[in-house]
Each structure stands twice: as C-alpha cells, then as structure tokens.
Design a protein around this ligand. Structure first.
Ligand SMILES: [Mn+2]
Length: 389
C-alpha cells in the first residue's frame, strides 16, 4: 500500500508569511489560499502519477479553532483535490478546534479520528492521537486524574495491541529532541518520546514545521512556508510504502520567501534578480535621527520581480547607542562624550558644560579624565589645573 503523509496545512484566509494580506488578483483572496491550493495540486498530481491508496493529515488543517466560513470552504476544496484518488484520514492539531476538524468527516472519503480511534483498510490500521488537549481526551482519560497527560498517553499507547497488520500512529504532539525551524527544541508542552511510539510500524506526526525523522516518528513539516523562520526549510510530504516500511520525503516547490538586512545608509543600489514571485522582508537598521530620511517606497524598486516587499525599519534608539558606547567609557568626561555623540541634535553649549564639570571635579578632588581622542575645550584654561593643596 502507498501512503502520502502530510501535516500542518494551517488554512488561513487572512495571513501571509509576513502577516500582511497580499491579494491574489484573480480571486481577491489572500494569496496564501492560492499558494496552499497550488501545494495541494502538487500532492494530488504526485498521487495520480505514482499511485496512492491513502492520504494522512497529521493535524493543524486550520489555523484557528473557529475557522471562518471561507476557510471551511477552502478546507473542503483542498481535501476534495485528494479524495478523488484515495481516502483521507486526519487528526486534529492544537490549532484545530475540538469540533472544527471533526466537521470535515462529513465530506465523502474523509475520516477525522478521535483519540485512539482506529481506521482500518485491508491489512492496514491507523490509530488516531490528536493533539493532547484535555478537553478532547476527557472521555478517554475519565475521572479525577492526578497523572499528567504525558503519563496517560504513554500508558495508553502501551496497551495498543499488535496483530501483524501494518500499524500507523497518526498524531500531533511535540516529540523529545525534535527541532523547530529555528533549530530549537520545544519545551513546556506535552512531549512524547520516540520510544513511546517505537511499537508502531510508522508514526505519521505533525506539529513541528521542520521535516525530520526521529526513530519511527516522521514529521513532514508544514505544507507551505508559515513564517520567516521556515524560509530555508524543505517543504513537502512523506511517501510511505507499507510493503517495505520505507518512507521517502518528496519535496514540493513553494513560493520563495527571502529576507534581507541593510544598515542605513548602505542601502541596495542594484536590483535583486533572485526574488521572482517571492515574498520579501527587508529590514533596515537606522538611527532615530536618520529615520525621516528613509524612503521605503524607493527601496522596494530594487526588488522588482518580488510578489511583495515588506520594508521593516529597525530604529536603533539613542539609549542603545549610548549603552554600547558607554561600555568603553572610563571617566566622567567619557560619559559626557557618549551622551553628546548620541544626541548631535541637541543644541548644547558643550564648552561651558565641560568647563563646569572640570571646576566641580577640581572642587571635589576627583579625577576628571578623558581617555578618548577628542578636543577638550577648556584645556588651555588655567582653572583645569588642580589647585595645589
Ligand atoms: Mn501544531
């Protein structure tokens, strides 16, 4: 049997990777809906060409627990791209509401599994392990329960009997040692270990958006790029052959997402040819005083083929500049200079201020050092000399 396993579709009518709404000129919908449909078309055409007996979706079909009506429509539209070829079996992820995902079971050839519910097809079993939301698992772990969700799941997983059929766990949780697209491990949420799932022939998992294999656990990652963290991740799905137990990761081409960073005034001066149809984020580090001079519109012209360019000025505040420079300061005059450099806009009588500081230092008998190479006004004044005791 040939199985296609994908996860984390996150149908969201409103949000593109950069949080903006980029309209698809053909439909007036957020371009992300078109991108997801394109991804699903690629999955469907792979299935048609190579054969597929079953599709598995390991949670997070929707982005929000109560999807917008149009998002239901898109879920139906995306799923029916698959159901003509083979049945779809899914579980709810943490983003899917308790009821939202189950509603999809009304579609012909779509089954959304409850906790530990079983789907069988010939010599194949699929056991559902939706995201461990206590509300969803209430009737499966009833009564006053002092054990953690992790322990409950772990013990229940041990009781899953084996009968020689190829058995798949279809779930949505964090797994110990899994790495997110930013390379970190997820902490502070219900986490199973690869060992908890080692009794299955294959664990079709979802939740972490980076494709990876940990023991029997297979994370295909999200179907399309969800946020900037994922811009360099390979996107796609697993193609499992139950005859061999082997799963290949099949990459699909998604809309490119690119990020650029500049420090004002060193802005781009030539067009970027490598951004065709891409969603681009351009950050510009700039000081508060230079900020009014930044022409964001002007900057976008260097990314002519991009679908969208989001210019994000990162204003470096005086406080931070001061904090950075102050690290090297050694005396009172240094601190004054740090302040003056950070505030060139302030119209101060520097000579007078420095003169007063010197007088005060002299009176108090403290050192008035200036380690940096700056003209010290007042040096020629005899007052600067400490009075002989
Ligand atoms: Mn998730």
């Amino acid at each position: 049997m040939k199985i296609i396993h994908m996860a984390d579709i996150h149908i969201d009518q409103r949000k593109t990777v950069n949080g903006r709404i980029i309209e698809d000129p053909a439909t007036s919908l957020n371009i992300r809906m078109k991108d997801l449909a394109d991804c699903m078309d690629k999955v469907a055409s792979f299935a048609a060409q190579n054969g597929c007996d079953l599709f598995l979706i390991a949670g997070d079909i929707f982005e929000r627990p109560i999807p917008l009506p149009i998002e239901y429509l898109w879920a139906m539209r995306l799923l029916t791209k698959l159901t003509g070829t083979a049945p779809v079996v899914a579980v709810a992820g943490n983003h899917d509401g308790e009821k939202a995902a189950r509603i999809l079971s009304f579609l012909r050839n779509v089954t959304v599994l409850d906790p530990f519910e079983e789907f069988t097809m010939g010599d194949l079993r699929v056991i559902g392990i939706p995201y461990p939301d206590p509300k969803v698992y209430q009737s499966f772990f009833p009564g006053p329960n002092t054990k953690s969700m992790e322990e409950c799941l772990r013990e229940r997983l041990k009781t899953v009997s084996r009968d020689g059929r190829f058995t798949i766990a279809l779930g949505h949780t964090n797994i110990a040692t899994a790495r997110t697209p930013s390379g970190r491990e997820v902490v502070g949420e219900t986490t199973l270990t690869p060992k908890d799932l080692s009794g299955f022939d294959y664990a079709a998992w979802g939740h972490i958006h980076r494709a990876q294999v940990i023991g029997k656990v297979h994370y295909p990652g999200s179907l399309d790029i969800q946020n900037y963290d994922e811009k360099d991740e390979k996107k796609g799905f697993f193609y499992l052959d139950t005859a061999t137990g082997k799963a290949d990761f099949i990459e699909i081409h998604t809309r490119p997402v690119k990020t650029f960073h500049f420090t004002y005034p060193n802005l781009p001066t030539v067009s970027r040819p490598d951004v065709r149809d891409a969603i681009c984020k351009v950050t510009v580090e700039i000081s508060e005083s230079d900020f009014p001079a930044l022409n964001q519109e002007d900057l976008t012209k260097y990314f002519p083929d991009a679908l969208d360019v989001d210019v994000c000025p990162q204003v470096v505040h005086h406080q931070r500049i001061r904090a950075e420079s102050a690290k090297g300061a050694t005396g009172i005059m240094d601190y004054l200079n740090v302040y003056l450099e950070a505030h060139p806009e302030e119209d101060l009588d520097i000579d007078r201020i420095k003169k007063r500081i010197r007088e005060l230092c002299t009176e108090a008998g403290i050192a008035c050092t200036e380690s940096r190479d700056i003209d010290i006004p007042g040096d020629e004044h005899p007052e600067k000399e400490p009075k002989a005791a």
